[in-house]
Ligand binder design. Structure first.
Ligand SMILES: [Zn+2]
Ligand SMILES: [Zn+2]
Length: 208
């Protein structure tokens, strides 16, 4: 099953980058002209296949409790692509919505539990038009590498010892992944600007 075993991750954490995420210490192999590839769930038989016709953007690690994580990892690895670049090409009938109430509508394989795509349906959301994907589900080489770690303090909510957080943040920085307790400043700016534009379009008077 694609479930992640947090107890194993907690006990194994002694600065091993693999526990942060299996891909965290891998060579950065992103190619500027990369045009996407195929995501595959963990089922041996009849896997769900999703074709992505774009390079990933804003690839990062995420410590929140909702993103899908590989076995034993403290963080997920997640990126976005334009939603019109995402096509489920095989076994779409195995995909189910994880939580209909969530802002990001995450679709997972019913058999192995792996999340294949997360879609924002609310047009008022700053990320409308983008789908969330996990590039580690692809064997294609050239995806953009993770460049920061988001929602780092959220791993404490899931049981990570708070006294180990300074060490964890040092490890993330050593991997070139600046730790943030929300999204990166760039993405927070995108969300805030979107909120400003929306309020303006709704006729509200906005002062800087
Ligand atoms: Zn599956
Ligand atoms: Zn997350």
């Amino acid at each position: 099953m694609g479930r992640y075993d947090r107890e194993t991750a907690l006990h194994a954490f002694d600065g091993q980058s693999r526990v942060i995420h299996p891909c965290a210490a891998q060579a950065k192999d992103d190619k500027p002209d990369f045009q996407g590839g195929t995501l595959r769930c963990h089922c041996h038989d009849s896997p769900v296949l999703v074709q992505i016709n774009a390079q990933s953007q804003h690839n990062h690690l995420c410590g929140c409790s909702r993103c899908w994580k590989s076995d034993g990892a403290l963080f997920s690895q997640i990126a976005v692509v334009p939603r019109n670049a995402v096509h489920v090409v095989e076994n779409a009938d195995k995909l189910g919505l994880v939580d209909p109430a969530a802002v990001i509508q995450r679709y997972a394989c019913r058999d192995c539990g792996v999340h294949l795509v997360g879609r924002v349906e609310s047009k008022s959301h700053g990320f409308y038009g983008l789908d969330f994907i996990h590039t580690e589900l692809s064997a294609d080489i050239g995806w953009s590498a993770p460049s920061f770690a988001a929602y780092v303090s959220s791993v404490v909510e899931a049981g990570f010892p708070p006294e180990q957080m300074p060490h964890l943040r040092r490890q993330l920085r050593a991997l070139g992944l600046e730790p943030y307790d929300c999204l990166s400043p760039d993405l927070m700016d995108v969300i805030s600007h979107h909120a400003y534009v929306r309020r303006r379009s709704e006729g509200e008077r906005v002062s800087a």
